[in-house]
Design a protein around this ligand. Structure first.
Ligand code: ZN
Length: 140
């Protein structure tokens, strides 16, 4: 079955992140010089300008920072079957924020600061999308 929705296109900076998602591991960069965690992946640390970084597996735990409930999707024909759905910014336990969806929860019940955990949606054979659900609601 064809996946009809837009998908990320890994580039040299993000390829390792997407490969991690495919194996259901949330990988982020950690600056080798100052230890700052960073997401999205990039070639330079925003804190100290170092170009040296390692990849680490994030815990997958996060808290909701901000969110919207989408009820009028754009483009409508692609997302109409999913409304209402939640687009959120979550703060990873390691510090960086990530744009994602909150799933497995009534959109109206999402609150600021709620604890969430990553869950991976296997969209295609190559791409798995990291989403978040309320913490402690099931095995990964
Ligand atoms: Zn740094």
């Amino acid at each position: 079955m064809t996946y009809a929705k837009p998908l990320p296109v890994p580039d040299p900076d993000s390829a390792h992140f997407w490969a991690g998602c495919r194996s259901h591991r949330l990988l982020i960069q950690r600056c080798r010089a100052c230890g700052t965690h960073r997401f999205p992946a990039g070639p330079i640390c925003a804190a100290c300008r170092s170009r040296e970084a390692d990849w680490i597996e994030a815990s997958g735990r996060a808290t909701v920072f901000s969110w919207i409930v989408v009820r009028h999707p754009v483009p409508r024909d692609i997302y109409q079957d999913e409304v209402p759905y939640v687009v959120a910014l979550v703060t990873l336990e390691e510090g960086p924020r990530m744009a994602t969806n909150i799933v497995g929860y009534a959109p109206e019940a999402v609150t600021a600061g709620m604890a969430v955990e990553v869950v991976f949606h296997d969209a295609t054979a190559e791409i798995s999308l990291p989403r978040f659900r309320p913490a402690g609601t099931g095995a990964r």
